[in-house]
Design a protein. Sequence first.
Length: 485
Amino acid sequence: MASGIAQLAQDLRARKTTATELALAALARARARADLNAFITLDENAALAVAQRADAALAAGKAPALAGIPFVHKDIFCTKGIRTTCASRMLENFVPPYDAAVVEKLSAGNAVPIGKANMDEFAMGSSNENSHFGVVRNPWDATRVPGGSSGGSAAAVASGIVPFATGTDTGGSVRQPAAFCGITGLKPTYGRVSRYGMIAYASSLDCAGVLARSAADCAQVLAALAGHDVRDATSVDRMADDYVAALSTTPQGIKIGVVREYFGAGVDTGVAAVVRTALRELEKLGAILVDISLAHAPLAIPAYYVIAPAEASSNLARYDGVRYGHRCADPQSLEDLYTRSRGEGFGAEVKRRILVGTYALSAGYYDAYYLRAQRARRLIANDFSEAFTQVDLIAGPTAPTVAFRLGEKTSDPLAMYAADVNTVAVNLAGLPAISIPAGFSPIQSGVKLPVGLQLIAPAFAESRLLAAAHHFQLATDWHLREPSA
Ligand code: GLN
C-alpha cells in the first residue's frame, strides 16, 4: 500500500530508508506510470540535490516534519531554474529566475520535489483536458478525466507515485480532482498561504492548496505553507494555528449544516447517497446534522464565470510576446507581434475566458455583468456568514457526479462549468474547504468510482475542518483505497 507522510517520516527517522531512496523510487513510479501523463517535467537532479540535504538533516537529527518526503508541485508554481509552463504553449520554455513562496517553504523544510505536475492551461478547466501537454488520465479508470485543473497532482497522489502534491484552487481545482481521484484535497482560506510566485489566474479567488491521502497529511503540509508574506498584498498577517495538534479535537457536538441546494438538480443520485451515508458516519462520531439552505447558491456559477474570466483577461494581458513567454516568428508590426504571439501561445479555453472577461469589463457592459456578479458574490458570502451563526461546518457533495469520460464535455463549455457547481461559492466567499473520500458510486455493473464529501468552515477555521475530516478518516477507510495499477 502507498504510504502517507506520517509513515514515511517515521521510516526515515528509523533509518529504514533514506530521502535519496524515496526520491529515486518516486521517480521510478512516475516513469512507470507515464500512461497517466501526470507530469510535465521530472527533474532527477533537482530531486536528488534536495534529498541529499534532507538525508544530512535527518542524520543530524534536526529535520523538519516533511524532510525527505517526495512530492510534486503543480506546474503553476514558479521554480527557480526549472521550467514552469502553466501547461501553456505560452510558457513552454519559461524558466523562472525565482521560487514561489510555496516552493521556498517546502524547500526550506527539505521536502523533495520530483517534478512539475500537469494541469489545465493557466488552471482553467475541470477535467485536465485543456493542457498543452495532453490530457491526464484518472488512475481509477483510464478512460475518464482526473478532474481539474490540478489533475496531474491528483493523479500522481492517487496512483501512489507521491504522498502529496501542491495544487491551486480558484473555483474547485484542488477539491474536485481530489474527489474524482479518491484522495483528500484542502483549499485554505484566501490569504492564508502566499500567492507570491504562483502564476495568476483570477487573483481575488486563487488559493494554493494541498492534495494528499489523508487530512492528517494535509495538516502537515498546511503547517509548512501557512503564514504571512509581505510580497503578497492579500496575504493575511495572522498567526497560523497548530494544525497538527488540532487534529485531536473530536467532532463531538459540532453542528454540520447540510446544504439543501448542494443536493439539487444535476447531482447524481449515487453521489448524493454516498455523501448522505458519510454524513451519518460523522453523526455517529457525535456531530449534529442540521438542514440548511444557502439561498443564493444558484448564483455561484454565473457570478464565478464572469468574475474569474474578467480577472483572467487582465492577468493574462502580460503575455504579449515582448518580455517573456511565446513570441511569434518575424513580427511585421507591434500589433502583429501581440496578435500572433497571443494567438499562437494560448489554447482555446484560455482564449474563450479572455474574450468573455474582456467583454464583461468593457465600458458598456461593466454594470450589466461585472458589477452584478460582484453583487451576487456579496450575497453568496453573506449566506455563508449567516449559516455560520447556526452551524460550525457546512457539508455537501464536492462535485455533482463522479469522474466523467474523456471528451464527454469538451464540446460543451457550459456542461463543463457545471462540474464546479458546489465548489466555486467557497472561493467567492474566500473560505477554507476540504474534499475527503466518502465512498464509491456505481456507474455501471461492477464499476465504481470515488465520491468526495466537501466540508466548508468559516475563514481561518482550517483546524476545525481538518480535525473533523481526520476523525472521519479514523473511522473509515475510503481514503486508504487504491486503484489497481
Ligand atoms: N474549473 C474552474 C475553472 O475552470 C476552477 C478552476 C480552478 O479552480 N483553477 O475556472
